[in-house]
Design a protein. Structure first.
Length: 430
């Protein structure tokens, strides 16, 4: 029984045992630096597989095991809590920065699957009940909204035969149900109230704020850094999904998508996404009545003391604001207007070709050219930060070295034999 072990991390062997299990959890969940397989898998694998593995199952298994060993198997100390918090904060920011510049919808979602792991690890790393509960709740929420996002991306790819954002646009009228599902899931992952992602992120923030009461000034400084990183990452997540929604469903339809008669998918395909989108709303509005009460608090033995957030009032105000905005828009007869300018080149007017059209994919491209980020992005695209690629290169390097030593030339083998004999004699007479 894990509950009966409670191994104190006061020896090197115990610390190494915890780190080895934690690394396995990071690799399973997709935390950095063990993340590189997720974006590639998201882009290439069938959508049902992606929605089942990187979006839900891998996070549930990896983060659940990390929570169990941190709560039940080991007695955590301050150093390892800081380690988890730093890993979580780094994963949040680094992955969302990569997501911002992606032009493939599924690859963008893959990087966000990595980024959200950071919130879960960060919540567990706080070491206090509210933060741990927030991390576990975020794990559950991620399985809901990320599966919805991948399923809606699959609907778009099924109808348009592409997931490249450059070739999409203006699909909200052709695929309204898919658009609504994707919009709700996007707001959920961005932490916008009253959806479920807001509640779990708020609990993680509250767990970090509780850490500021620690007497250790070093821990307080690191906690502030992690809190800023988490909030900054949430803002960048919203910015990234503004790009995805605009490039896919809003804006002007590109010629590539206009040439195809795009329509909504069958109900068998949009129903799962709609069901998950409804859960995003229910788990946000009724967070304390349903998921936290029945799923999360029992998992940590109910040892938690938090305030309550009454989502009903804020949700009502949001709905009233939306309704008033729509009424004003309709009653005044307002119509969306786009400013168009005639292209003037060498005293001749030309028509805009498809390659000259500007879509939402251009959002944030300048980030790749900013100072020190330019070199980091180039190294990331070349696989420099891919731990699996580096391990492969190391193995191949060792293989080439051994191949050089064992070249089939007789004098080389005689030298090896002589060196081996010298080594044996030295060991015997020592």
């Amino acid at each position: 029984q894990m509950d009966n072990i409670r191994l104190k991390l006061n020896s090197g062997l115990a610390v190494w045992a915890y780190l080895c299990i934690a690394i396995a959890c990071f690799a399973k969940a997709g935390a950095m630096p063990f993340h590189s397989w997720i974006p590639d898998c998201a882009k290439s694998a069938p959508v049902p597989v992606v929605a089942f593995l990187p979006a839900s199952l891998d996070k549930l298994l990896g983060i659940y095991l990390l929570a169990r060993i941190s709560l039940n198997l080991f007695v955590m100390n301050e150093a390892l809590n800081i380690f988890l918090m730093l890993i979580g904060a780094f994963t949040i920011v680094a992955a969302v920065m990569m997501a911002l510049v992606q032009h493939n919808m599924k690859r963008l979602l893959g990087y966000h699957a990595v980024s959200q792991v950071g919130y879960m690890v960060l919540g567990i790393g706080t070491g206090n009940p509210i933060g741990i509960a927030g991390g576990i709740f975020h794990m559950l929420n991620h399985a809901v909204y990320k599966s919805a996002l991948f399923l809606t991306a699959g609907n778009v790819e099924y109808r348009t035969k592409t997931s490249e954002l450059d070739k999409l646009g203006g699909l909200s009228k052709a695929m309204p149900i898919t658009y609504i599902c994707c919009l709700i899931a996007s707001l959920s992952i961005s932490g916008v109230p009253p959806f479920n992602g807001f509640v779990s992120k708020w609990m993680i923030y509250q767990g970090l704020i509780n850490q500021l009461q620690a007497p250790n000034s070093k821990l307080q400084a690191i906690t502030v850094l992690c809190l800023v990183a988490a909030m900054f990452g949430s803002g960048l997540t919203l910015a990234s999904f503004m790009k995805l929604i605009h490039a896919t469903f809003l804006g002007k339809r590109t010629n590539a998508s206009t040439d195809k008669q795009v329509s909504e998918v069958s109900w068998q395909m949009w129903l799962p996404g709609m069901f998950l989108a409804i859960i995003c709303v229910i788990f946000g509005v009724f967070a304390y009545q349903i998921p936290l009460k029945y799923f999360i608090f029992p998992a940590i033995a109910g040892v938690i003391s938090i305030g309550t957030w009454h989502a009903g009032l804020s949700t009502l105000l949001i709905i009233v604001g939306l309704v008033l905005g729509i009424l004003i828009f309709k009653l005044k007869g307002l119509k969306p207007a786009l400013r168009t300018d005639t292209v003037f080149t060498g005293a001749e007017t030309v028509d805009l070709a498809e390659e000259n059209e500007v879509s939402g994919t251009e959002f944030y491209n300048t980030i790749k050219e900013l100072g020190f980020l330019k070199g980091i992005y180039k190294k990331a695209e070349a696989g420099f930060f891919d731990i699996y690629e580096q391990a492969k290169n190391m193995v191949f390097g060792i293989g080439r070295f051994l191949q050089y030593l064992h070249n089939g030339v007789l004098p080389t083998y005689l030298v090896w034999t002589l060196l081996g004999m010298i080594g044996l004699f030295w060991a015997l007479i020592r």
